[in-house]
Design a protein around this ligand. Structure first.
Ligand code: ADP
Ligand code: ZN
Length: 746
């Protein structure tokens, strides 16, 4: 041992081994300043790179050692527990720890100093005040006025104080110079929701189902035991109110609560609901905030001033010290999966954090993911709480199915069925509102037989084939392809049509079919400006339009009492997405969309147009029957060996040029095969490479290799070896390889 100090530094360079650190000597002059969590600059491979101090010791571990070049910030940026979280993420998702750490502390990296405001206080001892008053009153009445004002309202700014006292700022400066006023630099926190008024009075009486849910969850919170609850509550059953009551319990325990909602549901109304219950104890985090706003909220959380965190995906990384409760609302939502490194799923991170802190997790959904629901069976590890009734005895909407094959036979080749048009006209005449929904995720073109509804599937993967420009149908998992048939191989009819329908076309046809209807459209094109999403909703809510046409943006959170009809234009688009979760997505989407109607006094109706009304997902959604859907879907997954009966991962190769991406992906497949064969234990399945759906995203080509196994340990070890052997290093100029563990949006 020496009096020399050595630091383990996580450097900002890609390393084959996740979590690898390098030791550096700490120069004597910065020894007293350096702590765990500091950002530093270090020499690495002939250049200077950023690094993070994650360990300090007096033992030298390597012979040749270099010195830390400099300390970047005054204060450390993270704590031990945050580093542990980053390490876990890197190990689970097999990425560089430095990347996961940077995600965990992202708001402080973007901005490391808070905005300071100088505030003024009277610093005269109260015993000396009477004398001073008399003296200043004679000699300097302006100074006295400013001093009296500072006494009355401490903490004004320089200009604020001068204005309030009716003097010039020079007077304030003079009082400071004399030591009669004291200036203090204080952190100023921006409030991203200054208008979110706090209406504390509005409290509803919990109904029996809500009381039971709150009772059970709060019991666990009070017992400080780690427990996961799956709150399966249908749309309109009042889940939010349950969350708020559980958060109150956590605050009583002196701990913190994190509530995650999908980005799209994080509306000002949602914030208002939390604010009116918890005031400024709420910190809000989402992607549309400025870096400064996010940083301020982050600091308030870290200091313990805001024990209630409400946010989208990344809020699960918030710097709470002792999360007693983590709520994941709409836990099945696809937006919880981050689509760049670290490719984490917020629900998985929530489960990890709550386990570490002996906290409670509440997964809420009307349409739980298969992964979660299968753990909530009577012998599973989660506890299931069901809320199967809407509040105040409101009914569930009636769901009707429209068979589009019959429309085709009757010579109607348009987007809208005759029934849907007739119903829309009826509602407009009655002064009611309607929503037309169409799904645009998975913009792939489908080949559907309009006569029998057949969509061709891959013979190997049971995934729908999608149409490509070369006149071929292709599997996005294994790259199987076939010439697109002219005649339907099932019924021999020639009515095969290829679609993808856009919102603009829907709007146009709608206007043509119902002249005079007031139509609003909400999609990616009409919501590019900040706040336009909200603006369209408000316009619709005010009754300025009869029909709102939109994509999944409108499937969530919308609570408009005037809506009595929801039309789903083409349920098949989701149903035949090239994704093994297509059936699950369809059920979720239809159930969510149906939840948007009948929220007022009038009952609601839903009309679903489809070429396959007999499909189990459509059938179960129409009957609001989650268990029926669950049973059927589980059976199919089991047969195919897909999650939740296995763990899945994929290797994603991206680059600007198709040929190079494909060649690289093929080479990686060979490498993966070798590693998969070298393993003993459960079998590892591999398919691909194939072009990933949405392959031409942002001018990059994406090819993937999909792999899965019932034996997760096995799969993880194989991928870890693959990574260590350089499998994730860039295989060529401009090319990029990443691992995606538990891929969600295939
Ligand atoms: P969910 O998220 O389960 O679909 P919400 O939490 O959005 O449902 O609640 C639906 C509506 O019911 C909200 O307007 C909410 O204020 C209201 N609500 C919740 N609980 C009650 C209750 N016990 N009595 C009356 N109204 C309630
Ligand atoms: Zn295939």
């Amino acid at each position: 041992m020496t009096d020399q100090l050595f630091a383990d530094v996580l450097v900002d360079v890609p390393v084959p081994e996740t979590g690898r650190t390098f030791q550096y000597l700490v120069p004597r002059e910065i020894q007293p300043l350096l702590h765990f969590g500091h950002r530093v600059q270090v020499p690495f491979g002939g250049r200077k790179v950023t690094g993070y101090v994650v360990g300090l010791s007096h033992f030298k571990a390597v012979d040749k050692i270099k010195e830390i070049s400099k300390l970047v910030d005054e204060k450390p940026l993270f704590r031990e527990d945050q580093y542990a979280l980053a390490r876990w993420m890197a190990e689970y998702y097999l990425c560089d720890t430095v990347k996961s750490l940077q995600a965990v502390i992202a708001p402080v990296l973007k901005k490391t100093s808070a905005r300071l405001i100088t505030r003024y206080y009277c610093s005269v001892d109260s015993s000396k005040l009477p004398g001073l008053r008399e003296e200043l009153g004679r000699r300097a009445p302006k100074s006295l006025a400013a001093l009296e004002k500072a006494l009355l309202s401490p903490g004004l700014t320089r200009a604020g104080l001068a204005a309030a006292a009716g003097v010039s700022t020079a007077v304030v400066d003079r009082l400071c110079a004399k030591g009669l006023l004291k200036a203090k630099d204080q952190v100023s926190f921006r409030d991203p929701y200054p208008q979110a008024e706090m209406d504390v009075s509005k409290r509803v009486e919990l109904n029996v189902l809500q009381q039971k849910a709150v009772g059970e969850i709060n019991n666990s919170i009070a017992g400080r035991r780690h427990q996961v609850f799956l709150l399966h509550g249908i749309t309109g059953s009042g889940k939010t109110e349950v969350y708020l009551h559980c958060i109150e319990q956590v605050l009583r325990e002196g701990r913190q609560a994190v509530t995650l909602v999908p980005e799209i549901s994080l509306t000002p109304q949602m914030v208002k609901q939390f604010r009116s219950r918890f005031g400024r104890e709420v910190a809000v985090l989402h992607s549309r905030m400025s870096d400064g706003e996010r940083f301020d909220e982050w600091v308030r959380i870290e200091r313990g001033e805001a024990p209630v965190v409400l946010g989208a995906r990344s809020a699960v990384l918030a710097p709470v010290r002792d999360p007693g409760l983590i709520i994941v609302d709409e836990e099945h939502e696809w937006s919880y999966k981050q689509e760049e490194t670290p490719r984490y799923h917020a629900r998985a991170v929530a489960l990890y954090r709550a386990q570490k802190s002996s906290g409670v997790v509440v997964l809420g959904s009307a349409t739980p993911s298969l992964e979660s629901y299968c753990r909530a069976t009577p012998d599973g590890v989660y506890r299931l709480i069901s809320m199967d009734k809407r509040v105040e005895g409101r009914g569930l909407p009636r769901v009707g199915l429209v068979d589009m094959r019959e429309e085709a036979r009757a010579g109607n080749g348009g987007i809208f069925s005759r029934l849907l048009i007739a119903e829309l006209q009826k509602r407009i005449a009655a002064g009611e509102q309607a929503i037309i929904f169409l799904n645009r995720r998975g913009m792939n073109t489908l080949a559907v037989c309009r006569e029998c509804g057949l969509v061709l599937k891959c013979p190997r993967c049971d995934i729908s084939l999608t149409y490509h420009t070369e006149g071929r149908l292709r599997c996005h998992y294994c790259n199987y392809s076939m010439r697109a048939p002219k005649l339907c191989p099932d019924c021999g009819d020639s009515q095969i049509s290829y679609f993808g329908t856009g919102t603009q076309r829907v709007e146009k046809e709608l206007r043509a079919a119902i002249p005079g209807a007031r139509v609003l459209r909400m999609d990616a094109d009409t919501t590019t400006r900040k706040g336009s999403h909200q603006q369209i909703l408000e316009e619709f809510e005010s009754g300025a339009a009869d029909i709102l046409v939109g994509t999944q943006m409108i499937a969530k959170g919308l609570d408009i009492s005037g809506v009595t009809l929801v039309g789903v234009v083409n349920a098949d688009i989701t149903l035949h997405m090239p994704d093994f979760r297509a059936g699950e997505r369809t059920f979720q989407l239809l159930a969510q969309v149906a939840g948007r109607t009948g929220r007022g006094d009038k009952p609601g109706d839903v009309l679903i147009q489809t070429y396959t009304p007999e499909h189990y997902s459509v059938q179960a959604a129409a009957r609001h029957d989650y268990p029926a859907f669950f049973e059927k879907e589980m059976l199919l997954r089991k047969t195919a060996g897909y999650p939740p009966f296995s763990k899945m991962a994929r290797v994603l190769v991206t680059g600007p040029e198709e040929g190079a991406v494909k060649t690289a992906a093929e080479r990686l497949r060979v490498m993966l095969d070798e590693f998969a064969q070298g393993q003993d234990g459960g079998r590892i399945y591999l398919v691909g490479p194939a072009p990933a759906p949405l392959a031409r995203l942002k001018n990059t080509c994406r090819w993937h290799i999909i792999t899965w196994s019932q034996d997760y340990g096995q799969l993880h070890r194989m991928l870890k070896k693959f990574r260590r052997a350089g499998g994730c290093a860039p295989p060529g100029k401009g090319l990029h390889v990443s691992l995606d563990i538990d891929p969600f949006n295939l």
